[in-house]
Design a protein around this ligand. Structure first.
Ligand SMILES: [Zn+2]
Ligand SMILES: [Zn+2]
Length: 212
């Protein structure tokens, strides 16, 4: 709180840097709220904080921060001491009030932090669960695709095998067929498989580029 008092009006709390209103119930108000509440023609008003009845001109005072040091001049020492005691009590009460306000504020902030933390925990958990579900779906899709790929690979292998067998059968049939009289004719060379380099293991074949 430092060296400054704060307006006690509900929802105000403005620092009292210059003129301010003070009451005998030891509450203080900024110029705006004190004037609104006490600067009227009614002989008495209730304190907006503690509801104590305050008589105008006796229990409420507009105090200036520019207090003339001669304002206590001429007062009896016991009166001055009594004024000092009252003002010290007022200061202490204001410290206590401010401490209560600060402590409530800290409690509210702590609660807010906890709530925010809980909220983000919930959000993260929901996100995590969502991502877990996505991962599970993708994994299952991958498994299905892997199965399909295996199946297709088997089908291709079977097809390759059958093609290889067919090629072999054709090759053998040509080997044992009667030799054409003119081997060098273009027609016979088309059916002569000597120029094919057959790879029987892989089922593939390629042209022999070193043909005569
Ligand atoms: Zn105020
Ligand atoms: Zn009061």
């Amino acid at each position: 709180m430092g060296d400054v008092l704060y307006c006690n009006a509900p929802n105000c709390g403005a620092p009292l840097l210059n003129d301010a209103w003070a009451t005998t119930c030891k509450h203080v108000f900024c110029l705006k709220h004190g004037t609104e509440h006490f600067h009227n023609k009614r002989p008495q008003s209730d304190c907006p904080v503690c509801d104590e009845t305050l008589v105008r001109g006796r229990d409420v005072k507009l105090a200036s921060s520019n207090v003339n040091r001669l304002c206590l001049a001429g007062l009896r020492p016991e009166k001055i001491l009594s004024l000092l005691e009252f003002n010290m009590k007022l200061w202490k009460q204001q410290l206590d009030t401010q401490r209560t306000v600060d402590s409530a504020r800290i409690q509210n902030l702590t609660k807010e932090v906890q709530e925010t933390e809980e909220k983000y925990k919930r959000i993260f958990k929901a996100k995590e669960e969502f991502l877990d579900r996505q991962i599970a779906t993708l994994e299952s899709k991958c498994r299905r695709l892997a199965l399909k790929l295996n199946q297709k690979t088997r089908e291709i292998e079977l097809k390759n095998k059958s093609m290889k067998e067919e090629t072999m059968a054709t090759y053998e049939a040509r080997q044992y067929s009667p030799v054409p009289s003119r081997r060098s004719t273009s027609t016979s060379s088309l059916f002569n498989l000597d120029f094919l380099n057959l790879d029987l293991d892989s089922g593939s074949f390629e042209f022999d580029t070193n043909l005569p």
